[in-house]
Design a protein. Structure first.
Length: 127
């Protein structure tokens, strides 16, 4: 080598209402917010702060978001999308709550014998 290295990088070139234009390793990609909704939620202070990690891997460190150029090239081939944490927690609770087991049945029966769920305590607040 002649001592000079080619710097490969990632850069957000433009943000529109439909998505953002990225340049990774001198190749342009368009990340539509419909395919990558978590990118739409990024504030402007974070959206331009993207770094190249090598081998097509890019990262928004402040937002803890990682993407690969394969996903940017073919988003329909990777249908799993990151959901909000509250949505994911609600889905997990829904699945956990629908589980039927003998242990859960005994626990529910025991709670029922005690009178069920305790009533919410309401307190009078004077303004």
């Amino acid at each position: 080598m002649n001592g000079t290295s080619v710097k490969k990088n990632a850069e957000v070139k433009m943000v529109t209402s439909a998505g953002l234009c990225l340049v990774v390793e001198d190749k342009e990609y368009f990340a539509a917010f419909a395919d990558f909704p978590y990118l739409a939620a990024l504030p402007s202070t974070q959206i331009f702060n993207v770094e190249y990690c090598g081998h097509g891997h890019i990262r928004w460190d402040d937002a803890d978001i990682d993407l690969h150029t394969k996903i940017l090239s073919h988003p329909k081939a990777y249908p799993l999308r990151m959901q909000s944490v509250t949505y994911a927690a609600a889905q997990m609770s829904r699945r956990g709550g629908s589980v039927r087991s003998s242990r859960k049945a005994v626990s529910n029966h025991t709670k029922g014998l005690k009178g069920g769920r305790s009533p919410k305590r309401r307190e009078l607040v004077l303004a």
